[in-house]
Design a protein around this ligand. Sequence first.
Ligand code: HEC
Ligand code: HEC
Length: 347
Amino acid sequence: MNRGRAHFLLYGFLTLLAAALVVTLTIPKDENPPSGNGVSSAPDTQQWRQDAILPIPRPAEQDILSGKAQLGEKLFNDPQLSADGTVSCANCHALANGGDDGLRFSRGVGNATGVVNAPTVFNSVFNFRQFWDGRAASLAEQIAGPLLDPSEMASSWAIAIRRVKENTAYRGDFQHEYGGEISERTITDALVNFEASLLTPNAPFDRFLNGDTTAIDNETQEGFRRFTDYGCISCHQGIGVGGNFFQRFGIMGDYFADRGSITKADLGRYNITKREEDRYVFKVPSLRNVAVTAPYFHDGSAATLDEAIDIMGRYQLGRTLSQEDRRHISAFLKSLTGEYRGEPLQP
Ligand code: HEC
Ligand code: HEC
């Protein structure tokens, strides 16, 4: 190979490398939402799909039916993991009802009241972090939260492990799946396997994204157009229509001053980082199945979807939404309700 050609190849390679670097560097970071992308003309579902929202895939059969996920399902529904044997994960995350509890604040062991609204467990595997303030980096890290929280299951690993060991059926299951190891690690792993199977595919909007132009009506399409054009999508996007970075609640107005009686939970991410700029910052929640998970916000303050849309317009976008805006956007949000085990989720 002559020197000219070698140089040519080298420069070609370096140029490619530089281009790759630029692309990597311009991929939006967690805390910088990509800007909204206007959608003007009638259904070009492929364009919408590339722009912002991706359909939820069907969970693979082997994931739902795996022994570990089935064991996780038993643990999820078992109140014996809680201190007094009364509260299971399913108490606050009812899978027949949106994966939450429909309460403003959850009730745990001894009727203790929590300080934030329970989010749905459906599709939580897509969240970049878990909890409103993002304090758990993964589903595995999240499990100990409710188990040990005095206002939730008020338990301990010692209690949970003892109860599982006392149960003959569990001993067989753990023998089969984990060589008999019953520990914090294996209980967590089984629960995480079950959580990861909690996907809700086949929402009307996803069917639309997948090319079925009749899956949503004109009002719903118009709702998505406004959701995009007004900028909701700059925060609520991706496969979860949210759940992929943090944002302040109250960008265009002081939500907390207007609501009054600020609590520690309202400080959000600040409680974890103690950085002034993280005050009132929360994980942008996923809007998947949002129509069946009232009430809304970390403080459970909005009883209806209409109210939540109105507050978002005002405090996140500085925009007073008309009744017509709300009707359309709420039709779009309703089209994000998916199916669990073949049945559409119910409120
Ligand atoms: C007493 C009610 C209660 C019980 C019991 C409970 N949770 Fe939760 N769960 C909540 C609340 C409230 C939150 C929000 C906490 C926060 O963000 O600080 C939450 C958050 C979560 C999240 C994070 C979702 C997200 O979008 O960030 C997951 C996942 C979860 N719970 C799974 C479980 C599992 C698994 C169990 C059983 C081991 C369980 N929960 C038991 C009330 C409960
Ligand atoms: C700047 C980012 C941002 C924009 C823009 C934004 N949101 Fe939000 N949204 C959030 C955050 C953060 C929360 C969580 C607030 C809280 O509860 O602390 C949220 C919560 C919600 C909720 C409640 C979800 C739940 O499960 O409780 C709904 C519904 C919602 N947004 C819809 C919208 C709509 C509709 C628009 C456009 C009109 C919009 N959002 C614009 C960041 C944003």
